[in-house]
Design a protein around this ligand. Structure first.
Ligand SMILES: Nc1ncnc2c1ncn2[C@@H]1O[C@H](COP(=O)(O)OP(=O)(O)OP(=O)(O)O)[C@@H](O)[C@H]1O
Ligand SMILES: [Mg+2]
Length: 311
């Protein structure tokens, strides 16, 4: 079976707490913090683990937050390859005011990654990727990493005969379309940026997807449409796959869960259509959960069966 490697260039350690009333100039006695890990590829590895598929979680980490990140990945029994950086892995604090139920989120700038550090990632990929392997490059890039980084990654996946899946946003998004990619998973807003248009209506989505595939070296395009499902496009066909209606509790991690579901399905040798069905089921299942678990395998399977029967 092919190996799955996830790559997270800008992981995060999340710290969640709660307090009754956020009042300025007062010492606020908050609840004991709950720590968690995040970042595109790490989330994909977590969901793959829930689905029953191993993956190698490759990430950059540094400083005390980096140590903590590594510990928490190990506690989840996810195989990891941590590439050390000098600067400190970013952290993120969210505080819920229990009087209003409003959540306040505080982010600070992430690390500055040095040239020799991001080059180490490329060397590591060069050494690890073999023919047929899947590399999921997910998430934004930290400061210091060139915005064409994923193009450099694609040269390695191409050379080693591995499949590259990209799900990114921010500065790395536009340059990535010039990479040689097996599959790209933008949401609608990201796809508008990729196509250089303000907004996209349902009437033009198919033709824009085809145009994207003709103009770029991307084999499969999956545009996620939130509660509306997803559009699967290749040079040969375009198909719309609706998402089942579910009771939505959160929208956090829907995209990463969807990518994990598609990768899981791919390594099982499923068709592209089945792959997107499974991805949509995982994305929908993720909205039903709140807290630290993105999705539950049994709920995913139920939603997948429903999709197979009804779509
Ligand atoms: N409210 C919802 N109800 C049902 N399914 C949903 C809902 N929101 C998302 N999904 C499913 O999850 C998939 C991915 O969601 P979405 O398009 O929001 O990804 P995203 O914008 O990349 O998310 P992220 O913020 O995690 O990056 C959708 O294609 C859909 O199948
Ligand atoms: Mg996304």
């Amino acid at each position: 079976m092919p190996k799955i490697i996830t790559l997270t260039m800008n992981p995060v350690v999340q710290k969640d707490t709660a307090v009754a009333g956020i009042i300025p100039n007062t010492k606020l006695r908050c609840d004991p913090p709950v720590y968690d890990i995040g970042g595109g590829g790490i989330n994909v590895s977590r969901v793959l683990k829930e689905l029953g598929s191993p993956s190698l979680c490759m990430h950059l980490s540094g400083g005390s937050t980096g140590d903590h990140l590594r510990q928490m990945i190990a506690m989840r029994e996810i195989t990891q390859k941590a590439i050390s950086i000098e600067d400190r892995t970013r952290d993120y604090l969210s505080v819920t005011d229990t009087l209003t139920n409003l959540q306040y989120r505080f982010g600070v700038p992430g690390p500055h990654v040095q040239k020799q550090e991001w080059e180490k990632v490329l060397t590591q990929l060069q050494e690890s990727l073999q023919k047929g392997d899947i590399l999921v490059a997910s998430g934004k890039l930290p400061q210091g990493v060139p915005s064409d980084f994923y193009i450099r990654v694609s040269k390695i996946t191409d050379k080693n005969g591995a499949k590259l899946i990209i799900d990114t946003s921010g500065d790395a998004l536009l340059p990535s379309k010039k990479a040689s990619i097996f599959m790209m998973k933008p949401n609608l807003k990201e796809f508008s940026i990729l196509m250089g248009v303000e907004s996209i209506s349902a009437l033009h989505l198919d033709s824009l997807a085809k145009k994207f595939l003709t103009q770029n070296k991307c084999e499969v395009l999956v545009i996620s449409l939130g509660a509306k499902g997803a559009l699967l496009a290749t040079k040969e066909f375009v198909e719309y796959i609706p998402s089942p209606v579910v009771h939505q509790k959160t929208t956090i991690g829907t995209g990463d869960s969807m990518v994990a579901g598609m990768v899981y399905s791919l390594v099982q040798g499923k068709s592209l259509r089945e792959m997107v069905h499974y991805g949509v089921a995982c994305g929908a299942a993720a909205t039903m959960r709140s807290g630290t678990q993105f999705c539950n395998k049994y709920e995913v399977e139920d939603l997948y069966e429903w999709l197979k029967k009804n779509c």
